[in-house]
Design a protein around this ligand. Structure first.
Ligand SMILES: Cc1ncc(COP(=O)(O)O)c(C=O)c1O
Ligand SMILES: [Zn+2]
Length: 418
């Protein structure tokens, strides 16, 4: 399989690296790198960019930066369903709302897309140990994919991550370092240990290949809808999912496959709002010299653990995605995030963890202010399955009706249903 990559470019200072660059971030300024491509001017065949028979993200191998697909996990990552959600849309006055359920990936989150490409990259570079820091999902995904090919995996995770995510890490056999601190502490520790041990570092943002995996969701959306949507709503912590989707749509356009781009809606909790705050500042100031844009860190406390981030590790790329797409970044209250879980579940049948339900809370808010119009095509991305954090769901799902074990009690309790 041939790749069309021609190197890397720094999001911050623009410096380029050749495609055999083996580092992670920009050697000049430390900024995150983007994988760049030189797309074929004369298309080999129509549909050259997808392999129809393949039902996972490597269907789009021609648009990816890895070549050794024989080293990919055998698990099916991606090609997740896109549901038309008219009843959910009606709640916000939207007539063309879709939900993409990435909770249906092997480890039940969107992060499998990143891990799947990172795994091939790791094996192409001869890595023997996979390592990463995670709020929970990126780690459980890496652990799952590592287990699928029998590779050792070390994950740094905040000790307060939901138990289901820790259980996943352990069950897949990863070495789990439960850090007595935040995700940001886990991230910094992981960076240092990977450096000293020479392990493959999957860390979000720092490793340019995670964004390349995440961009495959854009390709799927394009295929599933038959067009580029008007809006894509993404819950954001580090900002890597958002920047990944935006990268995917840009690749489609640059490669001459799609003729337009969507607007990106970044949704954050107001208790973890570093990207949204920076977008507002950059939009107000009109600053477009990205080397001068600093991301304002916060002290994150949101209930949506997966997007609880003090320093967004792909913040600049996410801010650029929002601004360059003509989109918006907004924040929602934690109460709105929790309320969005049963609302999304009851009106669409998709059960999202808090961080994923946050996207729906954001779409609702954006529709109510008129930012999103009723006839626009909107995709709300469900980035993680609700079973990842059942205790948050229980806070807002209501209680079962407790009855004595007899038919009279059961009939009485169901009287209203006829
Ligand atoms: C379920 C879920 N939603 C959203 C996000 C946010 O992704 P990012 O940190 O790339 O912004 C994450 C990241 O862990 C996640 O696990
Ligand atoms: Zn740089």
């Amino acid at each position: 399989m041939k790749t069309h990559t021609n190197g890397f470019q720094c999001y911050r200072c623009g410096t380029r690296q050749a495609s055999d660059f083996a580092g992670y971030n920009c050697p000049v300024c430390g900024g995150n790198l983007e994988v760049t491509y030189e797309w074929p001017r004369i298309k080999p065949v129509p549909g050259w960019w997808k392999e129809e028979a393949r039902g996972d993200i490597f269907r789009y191998a021609a648009l990816l930066p890895v070549t050794h697909l024989e080293w990919a996990s055998p698990l099916q990552v991606g090609m997740t369903p896109l549901y038309s959600a008219p009843r959910l849309g009606a709640l916000a006055g939207l007539n063309r709302l879709y939900v993409k359920d990435d909770g249906q990936n092997p480890s039940a989150s969107f992060k499998d897309r990143a891990g799947a490409v990172a795994l091939v990259r790791a094996r192409e570079t001869g890595a023997t140990v996979l390592c990463g820091a995670s709020t929970g999902n990126a780690g459980s995904s890496m652990a799952c994919l590592a287990a699928s090919v029998g590779m050792p995996c070390v994950i740094f995770v905040p000790e307060k991550a939901p138990t289901a995510k820790i259980a996943q890490l352990l069950v897949f056999g990863a070495t789990v370092l439960a850090v007595q601190g935040t995700y940001d502490d886990a991230f910094d520790l992981c960076m240092e240990v990977c450096d000293r041990r020479g392990w493959f570092n999957r860390n979000t943002g720092h490793n340019p290949f995670t964004r390349e995996g995440k961009k495959t969701a854009a390709f799927e959306l394009f295929e599933q809808l038959g067009r580029v949507p008007d809006w894509v709503a993404v819950s954001s912590g580090d900002g890597n999912i958002l920047s990944g989707l935006w990268k995917g749509f840009r690749d489609l356009k640059d490669a001459g496959i799609a003729d337009r781009l969507p607007k990106m809606l970044c949704v954050q909790s107001d208790q973890s709002n570093a990207i949204a705050t920076t977008v507002r500042r950059v939009a107000d100031s009109g600053e477009r010299d990205w080397g001068r844009v600093a991301i304002s860190p916060v002290s994150a406390t949101t209930v949506a653990d997966s997007i609880s981030v003090d320093v967004p590790r792909d913040g600049l790329a996410a801010v650029r995605a929002v601004i360059e797409s003509g989109g918006a970044a907004l924040t929602v209250l934690d109460e709105a995030i929790l309320a969005a879980i049963p609302e999304l579940a009851r009106a669409s049948g998709v059960f999202a963890e808090p961080a994923a339900a946050c996207a729906w809370a954001g779409v609702r808010a954006a529709a109510s202010t008129g930012l999103i119009h009723s006839e626009e095509t909107v995709v709300c991305l469900c980035t993680g399955n609700g079973l990842k954090d059942v205790s948050s769901a229980r806070k807002v799902a209501g209680e079962p009706v407790s009855i004595a074990a007899n038919v009279d009690a059961a009939m009485w309790a169901t009287d209203a249903l006829g």
